[in-house]
Design a protein around this ligand. Structure first.
Ligand SMILES: Cc1ncc(COP(=O)(O)O)c(C=O)c1O
Length: 409
């Protein structure tokens, strides 16, 4: 008889040891796809330390514009505390439709859009509704840490395409195309990229989209940093570069553009047929996004855009500062990120970034995220966030530079 059956039959009179095993959680095997976050040890250690400088932050540190906060509070006072329509607040669907139609000069309807609880839910719906055994997803290495687990949880296969520091972490479209085969189901794009800050030029996006359309490969494009673009570069959204939306899911949110990460509103834009299916899944997942936050989103899209332009200027100044500081740091190789608020410098090839980041935290009080949180080939890298003022960046490197100078690699 199997142990579990014995347990059930044994009931209350079972010996202590058996009782303990009965209550032990038995997760679905899919849970094994969720990694134990490498940064956990660091976060725990940082929490027990005084005077820690965090270059590990993955969200904006700049304040949410006042008119957005006001809209959120006004919505609460107006009694907007119930559910919205499952596709999203109608006013927000209209605002997003108008905003994207104008921005990318393409005709969209409300039925092309689904409002979600942040880009995280949008990505969860998109990937977990499509990943399945036998389906291969092309993902960059390094990449934002949720893609690969979401694909693997449902039995999908991840094929990593490396991006390299010597190429400013640009994605080589020919390498992506060469990796495509009969099992390739999808390509996941993320520009500007977390953790590298790389912004892909239009030629990269167009080449990949064209090949995907030809082969019937799905494209998931995570565009949450689409406004945090430096040096007046043009932003190449899949919505601008694709002819139709049949094989495209464009995902974004208010989190980064308007410093609204905690308000949890994102969206998927795709063909009407895709949105119809995702909408059903969304109803059975989170039902709707936060209602007052959706009103805040309408204010964000239709209100003054100057605060976002000001934020981009600030992030760009910080980007310039951190590039300069990384260049002054012994053993660290940097490059110029074109967007978001991250850089991903490298240590010498044989150095374990995890080990080093932990020691650096212990000995200097500066917290960064080790590269292995984002990929398989990036164990000698570290993600540094510049969602921190220039003075903090300088203070952090005043500690890092002399410490790194003492390391014997
Ligand atoms: C690339 C990327 N995609 C998605 C998200 C999640 O965004 P949201 O707050 O909208 O869920 C993040 C957050 O850090 C991110 O960096």
């Amino acid at each position: 008889m199997a142990d579990a059956e014995k347990l059930n039959q044994a009931g209350k009179s079972a010996p202590r040891k058996v009782k303990y095993r009965k209550t032990k959680a038995r997760w679905h095997p899919a849970m094994q796809a969720i990694p134990i976050p490498g940064i956990r040890r660091m976060v725990n250690m940082a929490a027990s330390m005084k005077d820690v400088i965090h270059l590990s932050i993955g969200q904006p540190d700049l304040p949410t514009p006042k008119h957005i906060i006001d809209a959120y509070v006004d919505a609460l006072h107006a009694g907007q505390t119930g559910y919205t329509m499952d596709a999203g607040l109608p006013e927000l669907l209209v605002a997003l439709r108008d905003y994207y139609s104008k921005r990318y000069d393409r005709k969209l309807t409300r039925d092309n859009i689904l409002i979600t609880s942040g880009a995280t839910e949008a990505m969860y719906l998109a990937l977990s509704a499509t990943a399945a055994p036998g389906r291969q997803f092309i993902v960059t290495d390094p990449s934002f840490l949720i893609y690969a687990p979401l694909i693997r949880m449902n039995g999908g296969e991840v094929k990593f395409i490396p991006t390299r520091i010597e190429n400013n972490h640009q994605l080589d479209p020919d390498e992506v195309i060469r990796a495509m085969g009969s099992r390739t189901f999808a390509v996941v794009l993320n520009s500007p990229n977390n953790p590298t800050g790389a912004v892909y030029p239009r030629s990269t996006i167009e080449t990949i989209l064209e090949e995907c359309a030809f082969r019937g490969i799905q494209v998931f494009s995570d565009e949450v940093y689409d406004h945090l673009i430096f040096d007046d570069q043009e932003y190449a959204s899949v919505l601008k570069c694709s002819v139709d939306l049949d094989n495209i899911m464009c995902i974004s949110s208010f989190s980064k553009t308007y410093s609204m990460a905690g308000l949890r509103v994102g969206w998927v834009i795709s063909s009407q047929a895709t949105i119809k299916s995702l909408r059903r899944y969304h109803m059975f997942t989170t039902s709707v996004a936060n209602t007052p936050s959706q009103f805040a989103g309408v204010a964000a899209l239709t209100g003054d855009q100057q605060p976002t332009r000001d934020m981009v200027k600030i992030y760009q100044e910080r980007r310039d500062k951190i590039v300069e500081l990384v260049n002054q740091t012994p053993h660290l190789t940097g490059y110029q990120p074109g967007g978001a608020f991250f850089t991903f410098p490298e240590l010498p090839p044989h150095v374990d970034g995890n080990d080093l980041a932990l020691r650096m935290l212990k000995e200097t009080g500066v917290c960064v995220v080790p590269g292995d949180a984002f990929g398989e080939t990036t164990t000698n890298a570290m993600r540094l966030s510049f969602a921190a003022p220039c003075e903090k960046l300088e203070e952090a490197f005043d500690r890092i530079i002399p410490w790194m100078a003492k390391q014997n690699f």
